[in-house]
Design a protein around this ligand. Sequence first.
Ligand SMILES: *[C@@H]1O[C@H](CO)[C@@H](O)[C@H](O)[C@H]1NC(C)=O
Ligand SMILES: *[C@@H]1O[C@H](CO)[C@@H](O)[C@H](O)[C@H]1NC(C)=O
Ligand SMILES: *[C@@H]1O[C@H](CO)[C@@H](O)[C@H](O)[C@H]1NC(C)=O
Length: 351
Amino acid sequence: MERRLWLTLLITMCLFAGSTGRGLEIKQKDNSPLYNHTLATILVEYASAVYMSDLTQLFTWTCSRCDGMTTGFEVLELIVDVENCLQAFVGVADDLNAIIIAFRGTQETSVQNWIEDLFWKQLDFEYPGCTDGKVHHGFFNAYNNTIVRSGILDGVSRAKKVYGDIKIMVTGHSMGGAMAAFCGLDLSLIYGKENVSVMTFGQPRIGNAAFASYYSEIVPNTFRITHEHDLVPHLPPYYQHLPHKTYHHFPREVWLYSMGFGFLIYEVEKICDGSGEDPDCSRSVTGNSITDHLSYFGVEMGCDESSKCKIVMAPSLASYGKVDEFGNFALSRVPSKFILKSKTEEQVSDQ
Ligand SMILES: *[C@@H]1O[C@H](CO)[C@@H](O)[C@H](O)[C@H]1NC(C)=O
Ligand SMILES: *[C@@H]1O[C@H](CO)[C@@H](O)[C@H](O)[C@H]1NC(C)=O
Ligand SMILES: *[C@@H]1O[C@H](CO)[C@@H](O)[C@H](O)[C@H]1NC(C)=O
């Protein structure tokens, strides 16, 4: 009976909160960066679009996922590492006044295999510049020691030349979230922590506790979105009793889950504590769902079709690219005159 009353109260509260737009607003006590729901629902669309395999459509931003709140986005750099099956882009979102960088997650024949593999990832690489900080070499190398890093830095510096001091937002889903984190660290050291933010979706753990605290100092404006029982954020496992061996998430988690019963289901976005491993967030449930991994804010994540690392590209696109000896390539373009023009006008009217 008591439980029922509590639930009813809660639901009433939620309905009230719902009627004013969105959110059971959970206040953040400290003065850490504020979580922005609208921004999360926009960035998730970029993290979803980067999975698309038709590079022509991606480069010209005409793919089936290149609409909604990302309409008008301009890709400046599209990086495709055929060897390691990685994909990422850099572009400018005029409405956000930001450079957006997105990394694709794994595209293996089966996400399942990749996930099983995650159980066994060792903390085997000392992160440079971070005392006692360890990460998994594979996650780090995918960003740093492939064509990805140079392509990203190239795209960002080209955008900065035109747009000056605009914000940099880095995003990615799953393995793409892991790469986004390493990229965010890298860019934060180059462009300053106040200019770089990271938002990942269904990201696995990437390093130990020392690394997590180093990370949160360098990239404080980071949100790590988790969803219901998504199992990837639970991996590689967290072993509370093996502090020197365990992986440890960096903050700040925002856990999406639904609450209520019957048709009164309410979506909650819980802003978690600053530890990175809030026991009352996704860790309060078992990670046993791939379905929850493949959907964030109702947006489909993961590959579009048969999910093999394949490339669809119109021959005319080749003129934008440079290909290395392994067949990896990056397509680049300079910012378009249209966006350039509107930007210049804005600057003029600011004065
Ligand atoms: C949240 O992000 C959106 C999109 O960038 C922006 O328009 C809005 O002003 C932000 N809200 C707050 C409270 O910062
Ligand atoms: C990361 O990549 C840069 C070149 O892009 C290289 O100079 C540096 O040594 C790499 N760092 C590590 C730890 O591998
Ligand atoms: C970071 O942003 C601030 C404020 O917009 C700006 O003054 C500063 O030059 C930026 N830092 C870099 C390295 O671009």
